[in-house]
Write a new protein. Structure first.
Length: 243
């Protein structure tokens, strides 16, 4: 473009008019025609060669062989041998093939989602626990139990200290007693993987009550229990919470 505009100027056209034809400012044309030299830029916090050598040497210490990268990071700061971030220590050791690759969570292909269970005609009895702090400073735990796909709140159990397996099963029993009989067929309990939910006593009681095992969501995937999580959020922001 610079060459074309220069040829147009040599043939009698003004530089301003030539730039207007191409939709650029004359100042930009002059900057393109005379570019400034690019100076190499070096990050001020880039690890220096002797720091990289110190990181590598620390990883070979007998007390640190086989330890997590965080141990090497702490050793460098405690011994004044090097000062670098944890990610920098990881990159230096990874470049030398001295660390194991980070494990990434892969979703289980055989997992049956709650949506698929609902599409197949099952009803889900969802439950979870959340805590409230009253005006007097007392911590109260609420255990809402709802049924899907109706999204109907059956019951809210309560606990004072924490959600134990007995508190959870009691809330489920009280909710099941309020459940209409025509909704008890093809009913499956659905929850996350909390300690009270995974307890053997909880699973045994619910299996005996519903006649089916408990269906759990995937680890570290709260979206699998999106219905009860959304209800808990609404519950926390209700004007009468926590009464």
């Amino acid at each position: 473009m610079v060459t074309i505009i220069n040829e147009a100027v040599n043939q009698g056209l003004t530089q301003k008019l030539s730039c207007e034809i191409f939709g650029i400012a004359p100042r930009k044309l002059r900057r393109w025609a005379n570019p400034l030299p690019v100076r190499p830029r070096t990050a001020w916090n880039k690890a220096l060669p002797h720091e990289r050598e110190a990181i590598e040497a620390a990883a070979w210490l007998p007390d640190l062989i086989g330890k997590p990268v965080s141990h090497v990071f702490v050793h460098g700061h405690a011994s004044d041998k090097f000062y670098a971030s944890l990610s920098t220590v990881y990159r230096v050791l990874k470049a030398k093939d001295m660390v194991q690759p980070r494990k990434r969570w892969h979703r289980n292909a055989s997992y049956v989602s709650a949506h698929k269970l609902l599409d197949e005609g099952f009803s889900l009895l969802c439950y979870d626990g959340t805590q409230f702090k009253t005006d007097s400073g007392i911590i109260v735990w609420a255990i809402p139990v709802m049924i899907l796909p109706q999204r109907y709140l059956l019951h809210i159990g309560h606990s004072m200290i924490g959600v134990s397996a007995s508190d959870l099963t009691q809330a489920v029993k009280e909710a099941y007693a309020l459940l209409p009989e025509h909704l008890t067929s093809k009913l499956i309990a659905h929850s996350d993987r909390g300690s009270a939910m995974k307890a053997s006593s909880t699973r045994a009681v619910i299996k005996e009550l519903l006649g089916s095992p408990v269906h759990f969501g995937r680890p570290h995937t709260p979206d699998d229990e999106g219905w009860i999580e959304a209800f808990i959020r609404t519950l926390k922001h209700h004007r009468d919470a926590p009464q």
